[in-house]
Design a protein around this ligand. Structure first.
Ligand code: MTE
Ligand code: HPA
Ligand code: MOS
Length: 763
């Protein structure tokens, strides 16, 4: 089954926020944001801007009727700065004009005076000064203090991972329209329509039922629109509230890059201890998360870092502590992997460093410590592991030793170009780490012509969730997929939704859809029993002995002359409901934050990747040659969608680890604020070869149709690219002491190649 959007996507007909037809009288908004990262506002002069042609009004914090507060977890973030600014790019005023051009021209005429205050950009400095978003948390298993004595090898070190710009193709934006009786409709490019609704209601001091948020699809979100789409929806609604006219704001790329938060940079310290058999006996890690200027989702991201701090390995003694550090960067936010990749990088660095010290390949340590079923994670859940299955299958298919020999032979025969290889096993927990968020609802209507309309809380952002939900209904009803339509995500149709995030949207909303469809199907079966079958043919259990197959009704395996349409009409005539609203929540998950123990995940996703890269030892540039993967899909319900998610995730992970370099200067100003200075992977930098093997299993799990969640886990294979490049550098300069500092940009490769050596031509 193809992605249901592919036809309109390739024809340019799919509707995104900026394609919604504009209503007469629509005004355009643009934000004036702080040029300074930290300070007290002395004066704000909007006079010249207000007097400009076509400018309708300029709003500041004083114009907010309800709370000037948009923080989702911690109420620590103003919509518009009232007296202090906390990051470069913090919204201060909202200009509304008759045209986009006029609004942006007026923004340039606003003048602000700010008394500067001390700027912190480094999370370790923030921690020293006690600037924490929430108190630190520690996950623990066993006792690391006693572990070290049993270790043959103990290695310590530090790591840095940088942030990442989401770079969704569609920038942030919203379009608000006033409705009768003081209500509003907000079209929003958001992963969380309910978040937009809730916060708009809070800021405007209205009940949530007055706010309708509607989302057809996003041109990508990647976590960047889980929380931070809210700002723009609320801004448009605020202007619309005062002016009683529709207001739209679709951000320019540079506005978006400057004003929105990104993946969290982390600075971390580790200590790892191994026994003589290379078993990891102890692991201690401290994470300093650069949260930015407000909490946003940082506490939840920090939590997932702790959950994934041992990646795919069993470690009997672990102590992992995390600090969420308040700095003066834009508030950092969700990004594919949600803190998991940051946690996993550190243990991979620890293993790599131990392997260096021992003079063995890191994969020897990795393989020895893979999780087995029954092993306990530091947070108390027991693994149902596919880690060894994936690793062994990868070895069987791709022959790790042979690949290593090829790399070694290449390096022997080449002076100016070197290859490196790395393995990257992954393990990712599926479920929102906040247990209560694991709930979803679906609204299914069967119309009298037999067509079906479905609404859920899931937001389509390119990941194919609508295709999967449609497949669920098609399979349950056994009708042609073309009869089913997935409608926009709308807070008036489906309420109190969790954001589309945590890779869990297809599972949660798919299972809700499954429940609703089954309810309707059971009613239809009852109608069929009464309408078209002799009572005698109903077996003793009372369940009619027939089924619907490809739109025809079968009794005892024999086709009848009743089809789907006839049955639906019969139900309608008998006044049987053809609609259902269902609720799903996964069973068995719980977590106790007081003990930091529980069973937070419905299940885990596993996989192993082998990454090979080649560096040019004169220039420091490189190519990723191949990524060979065995990935645990459970029992995939859509091969193409899942393959696409895997490939996309890998490339995005490689981008984070190798070329995407966010730079803020000491004043907290983003230097890499456009595509000319921020390099993302393009078609030339994707791996020459991506080979993905589906580890298909029909083992029971809580996924929809046992088809495991796939949205985020593959991103973490990209971490292997970092270590492959590192190994290639070491093949050229074995004595190089390369800091664990991602991304491994060509610049850093070049510096490492010639570190501690005379910079002379190696020829
Ligand atoms: N794929 C595309 N094409 N675009 C996206 O924005 N977001 C990712 C992933 N894959 C994203 C994507 C993220 S961060 C998540 S959490 C999941 O999709 C969410 O969707 P799912 O729960 O349906 O997997
Ligand atoms: N993952 C993604 N998004 C989230 C989560 C999570 O675990 N918790 C809250 N938002
Ligand atoms: Mo994804 S980071 O959970 O939106």
């Amino acid at each position: 089954m193809k992605n249901i959007d592919s036809y309109t996507h390739v024809r340019g007909e799919s509707v995104y926020l900026d394609d919604i037809p504009i209503v007469n009288g629509t005004l355009y908004a643009a934000v004036f944001d702080s040029p300074v990262a930290h300070g007290k506002i002395k004066s704000l002069d909007t006079n010249e801007a207000s007097d400009m042609r076509a400018v309708v009004r300029i709003f500041t914090a004083k114009d907010i009727p309800g709370q000037n507060q948009i923080g989702g977890i911690v109420p620590d973030e103003e919509l518009l700065a009232s007296d202090h600014v906390h990051f470069c790019g913090m919204p201060v005023a909202l200009v509304v004009a008759e045209t986009e051009e006029a609004a942006r021209a007026a923004v340039k005429k606003i003048k602000i005076e700010i008394d500067p205050l001390h700027i912190i950009t480094d999370p370790r400095e923030a921690k020293e000064k006690g600037e924490l978003i929430i108190p630190p948390r520690t996950f623990q298993i066993g006792d690391t203090n006693n572990a070290w004595s049993g270790c043959e090898h103990i290695v310590e070190g530090s790591t840095e991972t940088n942030g990442q710009e989401h770079l969704y193709i569609e920038t942030q934006g919203a379009y608000a329209l006033p409705l009768e009786n003081g209500g509003f409709r907000v079209y929003s490019s958001t992963q969380g329509p309910t978040a937009v609704q809730r916060t708009t209601a809070r800021v405007l001091d209205l009940p949530m039922n007055k706010i309708e948020v509607d989302t057809t699809r996003l041109g990508g979100g990647f976590g960047g629109k889980e929380d931070q789409a809210t700002t723009w929806g609320v801004m448009c609604a605020l202007a619309s509230y005062h002016l009683k006219r529709p207001v739209k704001y679709s951000l320019h790329r540079m506005e978006d890059m400057r004003m929105t938060g990104k993946r969290h940079p982390y600075s971390s310290d580790f200590k790892i201890g191994l026994n003589k058999d290379l078993k990891i006996i102890g692991y201690e890690v401290t994470f300093f998360q650069n949260a930015g200027a407000a909490a946003d989702l940082s506490p939840a991201v920090m939590e997932r870092t702790l959950f994934h701090c041992t990646n795919s390995y069993f470690v009997p003694n672990v102590k992992a502590t995390a600090y969420s550090c308040r700095t003066h960067l834009p508030p950092n936010t969700a990004f594919r992997g949600f803190g998991g990749p940051q946690g996993m990088f550190v243990i991979e660095a620890a293993i790599a460093k131990a392997a260096d010290v021992l003079g063995i390949p890191a994969s020897d340590i990795q393989q020895k410590n893979l999780l087995k079923t029954g092993d306990e994670f530091p947070y108390g859940q027991k693994a149902e592991s596919e880690a060894n299955e994936c690793w062994n299958k990868a070895n069987e298919l791709y022959d790790i030793n042979k690949l290593r020999k090829e790399v070694d032979a290449f390096n022997k025969n080449n002076k100016l170009s070197k290859k490196g290889m790395a393995l990257m096993p992954i393990c990712f927990g599926i479920s929102f780490t906040k247990t209560l968020m694991n709930q979803a609802r679906a609204l299914v209507h069967v119309y009298t012509d037999g067509s079906v309309g479905i609404s859920t809380g899931a937001v389509e952002m390119g990941q194919g969730v609508n295709t999967k939900i449609l497949q669920v209904a098609a399979r349950i009803f056994s009708i042609d997929p073309s009869r089913i339509k997935i409608n926009s995500t709308n807070t008036w149709r489906v309420a109190n939704t969790s954001p589309t995030a945590a890779s869990a949207a297809a599972d949660l909303n798919g299972r809700a859809t499954e429940i609703a469809c089954n309810e309707i199907l059971n009613r239809l079966k009852q109608v069929a029993a009464e309408e078209c079958l002799a009572v005698a043919e109903i077996d003793k259990t009372g369940i009619p002995p027939f089924e619907i197959k490809e739109e025809w009704i079968y009794i005892n395996g024999k086709k009848t002359d009743w089809n789907w349409n006839k049955l639906v009409m019969a139900a309608y005539i008998r006044r049987v409901s053809l609609s259902e609203h269902s609720h799903y929540t996964p069973p068995g998950i719980h977590f106790d934050p007081a003990k930091e123990k529980g069973h937070p995940f419905a299940y885990h996703v596993y996989g192993t990747a082998i990454i090979t890269a080649t560096i040019d030892c004169l220039r420091g540039i490189y190519e990723v040659d191949s990524v060979k993967v065995v990935h645990d899909f459970g029992s995939s319900m859509n091969y193409l969608v899942d393959l696409g998610q895997c490939e996309g995730g890998i490339v995005q992970g490689i981008g984070w680890m190798t070329m995407e370099e966010l730079l803020y200067n000491k004043e907290g100003k983003l230097m890499t604020n456009a595509l000319s200075t921020y390099k993302v992977p393009d078609i030339y930098s994707v791996p020459k070869e991506i080979d993905i093997h589906f580890l298909q299993s029909d083992k029971d799990n809580l996924a929809i149709f046992r088809s495991k969640a796939v949205g985020e886990p593959p991103l973490m294979y990209g971490i292997g690219a970092y270590f492959a490049l590192r190994n290639a550098v070491k093949a050229f300069n074995p004595s190089a002491d390369i800091p664990y500092d991602a991304p491994m940009t060509p610049e850093k490769v070049l510096m490492s190649l010639y570190q501690k050596k005379e910079v002379t031509s190696p020829v």
